[in-house]
Structures are given as structure tokens and as C-alpha cells.
Design a protein around this ligand. Sequence first.
Ligand code: MAN
Length: 564
Amino acid sequence: MGKLRFEAIALLCFILILPVIGASESSRPRGVGPEFAKFYKGQDTFKCISNPSIQLSVSQINDDYCDCPDGSDEPGTSACAYISPLSPPAPSEVTVGVFNETSALPGYYCKNKGHIPSYIPFTNVNDGVCDYDLCCDGSDEWEGVGEIKCEDRCTKIGKEWKKQDELRQKSLGAANKRRRELVSDAARLRKEVEDRIQTLGTQVEGAQMKVANLEKDLADIERRERGKVIKGPGKGGKITILSSLAKDRITELVKNLGRVRAERDGARARIRELEGILTTFKEEYNPNFNDEGVKRAVKAWEDYAARDKGSDSDPAHDRDLDEILKSDAENGLNWEEFESTEQDDIEVLYQFEEYLPKPLRDWLDQKLRDLRIMLIDNGILASPNTDTSESKVVIEARQQLNAAQKELEDDRNELRSHKEDLEKDYGPDEVFRALKGQCVEKESGEYTYEFCWMDKTTQKSNKGGGHTGMGNFVRIDKIAVDEDLPPDGKGLGSGERYALKFENGQHCWSGPNRSTQVILACAEKDEIWKIVEEEKCVYRMEVGTPAVCQPVSGGNGAPVKDEL
Ligand code: MAN
């Protein structure tokens, strides 16, 4: 794939050069490219391109003698080859040569009809070697030095190149298409995190309220329990307490049933709304866009819609719930009557209350309870429950509170970690988010190396034994690389590249903690190309991935289109 970059540049040169060929091809001296034709046209004299004050006769062009300091009078010979076309001459060349300028021309222009025109260095002109890689028309050996004849091979080479180029373009198109899919996956994943954060925010608020209520409930229950007089066996009174506990429990259950029912109704309404949205989406989406993601979503919806989900509402069930949710009185439950059937200590002690009007009796009863609690709280009266273990109702209230507190803590932790995740660097267009956790492996020497996106790198011995951590992901850097591309294109090439840094791996005996730098370059699929241990326990991986491909210009200057 890396090779594609060079070819794309070559193609671009071809495109830029092409329009000017027709106009000035015939009138140009040998070796002059179309973009320099204007300097050689229709004059009796020729002015050196970078030194127009030096005027020569036209016959001095390509006379195999270097007259111009910039070599522009010898575009078709090697007479000015000692002038560097690309960079200033080295100091040794300056002293040897007459001039210390750089060439005005990029090299000898090969028309390469049937393939891509290109320049070759002047040193290669008439050197007795056919340079078919740059000059497929063989025109660089026009003098036939040493009887050499370089036939024109452009048609064959051009055809082969075109075939290869089509494959490369196809591969690049596929890589870019894959990248776009990854970017869209990454955006979807981000949205999911954002949605989860919103849900968790609401959940945390609810859980906070629940904890506060349960704390209050527990305090109330503990307080009530402290003031409770429990009688010994056989004397009655336990039924009264039991009924009071049962009443509290039923009230609690009925309250919660009501809340759960309301939540269920809300959830049903939301499902109906979502199904409506998806039905419209299925009817209105454009299948001609061939978006795999959309197609998958529509298929999943169709499967879902076709499934027999049964009815989500059962009227009989709802009627049952209505009954349960009726008040105690409507359900024929008279707790007061039940409670008053037994005599407890308080009633025995304060039977005279029965002669009092009810409001006064309630008031008095409450005051007595408060008085007893106050006396217990201040150590004046012994607590009736001190030597008994905590009552069941208190234990249950505490368990509920603990569970709610744990739920709240879990929600808060999850919320925090999602918020941190949104702040993390996931590379260009957050594309690495889509690959997070995915791993690729490569065998190299006595180890198999593994690279897991945004996670870790590992070294596994091929002879068995444990795995060695080569570092955990810390950050994304951008670095400059300058390397020759191997023929299969699986290399970094030159330019700016993304590099993932993994640090703090397993400690190296008499060395540092292991660390890895993973340098990425464009490829059709994720693949580890090369692993090098640059220093002891400091590793470098070269990895190909579509995630870092850049859309390039196609032949018409437009971005390369996908194979749809
Ligand atoms: C293991 C491997 C090597 C490393 C040495 C250092 O053999 O992790 O890559 O160089 O340990 O002792």
C-alpha cells in the first residue's frame, strides 16, 4: 500500500504535465519538459533560464558544452550533469566545477509515450545503460554510446503499470472505504457512551434520592424499634407487633408495586415510540445508497419486527394490579381492629386511655412513646432491645440501604469512567475508538507478538511459558519517518505517521520496564509488518491499518471513489 503513495505522486505529475504536451511537443529541443518549453521557443538567441543576462545562440543548445551556470543550455545531454538539479552542490563539486549554481531543470525529460513522462538525472543521459524504470522510451541513450540501442518499451511497461495501478487504486479504495466504516463505527460508539452518560446521570440522581429515603427509613425504624416493648412468650403482644410489621411491609410493597408499574408503563410507551421511528426509518431509507450499516440496521429491525413477541399487556393482569393497589380499607384490611384485639404492656398500663376521645388518646400515646424514647436515649430507662440481637426489620432496612448505596457507587464509578473516556485521544476522527480492544499477532523469531489497540502489547514465547507485557497504552504521538518502501508496499515510507506509545510493561532484567512504539501506516487490513527490539526491552512495531489512510486524489483530481 505504501508503494501506492509514490505511484499516486507519479500519476499526479503525469496529470500536471499532460495538458502542456500537445501545444509545444514538436518545437521543444531534446530533453526539455513541456513546462520549460516557453524558454526555448521562437527566438534567435537563448537566454539561460536563471541567468537571462547570458545570451547564447540557438545552436549552442544541446551542443554538448555547458555554457549556462544553471545548465539550461544542455537539456538533452550530460554536459551539465555535474550541476545538481535537486540540492546545492557539495563543496567538492563547487571547487571542481566552474559554477556554484543548481540546475534550472529537474533532469532529462523522457516523453515515455504510452506510459508516464518523467525526468531522469542528466548523469544517466548517454551513459550506455538503458534506464527503463524512468525512461521506458529509451530516449536517454539517443547517442548510442557503445553501440547500445534502447528500444521503446513504453507500451508494454505502460500496460503492466496500468494493470498494477488499477489493483493499487482498488486496494486504496477498499482501504479508504474501510476507514470510513471505522470512522462511522467510532462515531456510533461515542454516541453510545454519551447516551449512557445521560442515563447514568438520571440513574445517579434517582439512586441518591433512594439512598436518602432509605437512610431516613432506617433511622425511623431504628428509633421505633428502640421504643418498642416486646413481651415474653405466652403473654400476648407479639401478634400486635407482627401486625404492625406486616402493615409496614405491605404498605412498602404496595408503594413499590405502584412505582414499578408506572416505570413499566413509561418503558412501554418509549418502546412504542422507538418502534414507530424504526418503522418510518425502514419505509423511508434509500436502499440505493448501499450503506452497509444502514442495511444491517434495517435487517435487524425486520427480524425484530417479524419475531413473535406476544402481547405486552394483559388486561387480567392489570386488573389484578388495580386490586392490589387499592387502599387497605378497600381491600377489607382493618389494621386498627386487628391491633386492638391484643393487649400489650402499654394498653395494660394505660387502659384508662380507652375512656378518652380518640384524638386525645393518639396524642397521649405518642407523647408516652416519645417520653420513653427520650428516657432510653438519655440512659435513664434501659433499652428493652439492648440484649437482643437487631430486629429483622432493622436488618432488612439496613440491607436495603447498603444495596442502594452500592448501586449508587457503581453508577458513579461507571459515570466517571465514561466521562474520562470521552476526554481520551482516539486519534484522527476518533477512528481508533472503533478498534479499541481488537488485537493483531505476528510470529517473529522465537516469539509471537501481539498488539491490542489502545490497550497493550505482548510478547509470547513460541516454546511455551508465560506472556511478557511489552507495555500498556499511554498516548498517541506523531512522528516523522523517512524509509524506503519494500516492493510489497508493507512499510512506513516517508512523511508524518501516527505512533502509539505503550509503556510500563514487564520489568526487564538489569534493564528498563518494557515499552513499545507502534508506528502506523496505511494498509487495506490491520497487520503487524515488522518488530524490532531497538534497545534491550525497547521495541518498535510497524503496523499497517486502514485507520490511518488518507483520501488521495484520483486521475481527475477528485477523491478516489469506493467500489460500491
Ligand atoms: C526476554 C525477551 C527479550 C529481552 C530479554 C531481556 O528474552 O523479552 O526481548 O531482550 O528478555 O532479558
